[in-house]
Design a protein around this ligand. Structure first.
Ligand code: SF4
Length: 239
């Protein structure tokens, strides 16, 4: 991959669901997980005819088109850190541009990147929204094909640097939402970051691959139970 260029799956020039405020969102192609519950499996391969090649300068031009309407830029995926060299170049360019430097820079990540990558990214990154698929490693491998060791290390590292904006839990009935799993997850997250903000996302089968299409969706009772358990365990910032 050439530095300053990226394989891009999609661009949204204005969003209020991809981080704080109104945001320009860049979805990078390529992911190092292969989640059964993935809603965008077309973003998993790094190379695909559907992706578009963008330079940093081309993305900056698009950001400037959105500038009157946005407070920040989010880079998502796929997995944003798969193309971490481009990600650094883009955020460094935003921070260095007099007309863009007021924009906040956020990463939406599955957390599966080594510490040395985060060490490079954090000086130009204001916050990270991180997906924790499941705390139990065996379940994690079953759901994503990969270990969660790097994810858990990432959460601890980002919290220690004050850059963990939010941990997102995609809860799937019967797969990762038992009372025991939820309580252990809340306790682990609070040890990593006593003021952790947790966002609960409910699994929806629409658009997922065949292997997950028959899984149950989250009911209103499930949602209530998730909130009750998280609150009982001491998660105060629950979205
Ligand atoms: S981490 Fe996200 S993009 Fe990657 S496979 Fe899982 S759900 Fe899909």
């Amino acid at each position: 991959m050439r530095a300053h260029h990226a394989q891009v799956a999609d661009v949204i020039q204005f969003s209020w669901v991809d981080g704080p405020g109104n945001r320009f969102v860049l979805f990078l192609q390529g992911c190092n997980f292969n989640c059964l519950a993935c809603h965008n499996p077309q973003t998993i391969p790094l190379q695909t005819p559907r992706a578009k090649d963008y330079s940093v300068e081309e993305v900056l031009t698009k950001i400037r088109e959105s500038l009157p309407y946005i407070t920040g830029v989010t880079v998502s995926g796929g997995e944003a850190t798969v193309q971490h060299e481009f990600l650094f170049d883009l955020f460094a360019a935003i921070k260095a541009a007099p007309d863009l430097k007021q924009l906040t820079t956020f990463i939406d990540s599955n957390g599966n990147a080594e510490k040395h990558i985060w060490e490079v990214l954090l000086p130009v990154t204001d916050g990270v929204m991180l997906d924790l698929k499941v705390l139990d490693n065996e379940r994690h491998i079953a759901l994503t094909t990969q270990s969660n060791t790097a994810v858990l290390e990432t959460i601890k590292y980002l919290a220690s640097r004050g850059k963990l904006y939010e941990v997102r839990l995609l809860l799937i009935p019967g797969q990762n939402d038992s009372d025991e799993e939820l309580r252990k997850t809340a306790q682990w997250l609070l040890r990593a970051d006593p003021s952790v903000r947790v966002k609960i996302n409910a699994f929806m089968s629409h658009g997922v691959r065949a292997s997950a299409r028959t899984w149950a969706e989250v009911s209103d009772e499930d949602r209530l139970r998730y909130s009750q358990i998280m609150t009982e365990e001491g998660i105060l910032d629950l979205v």
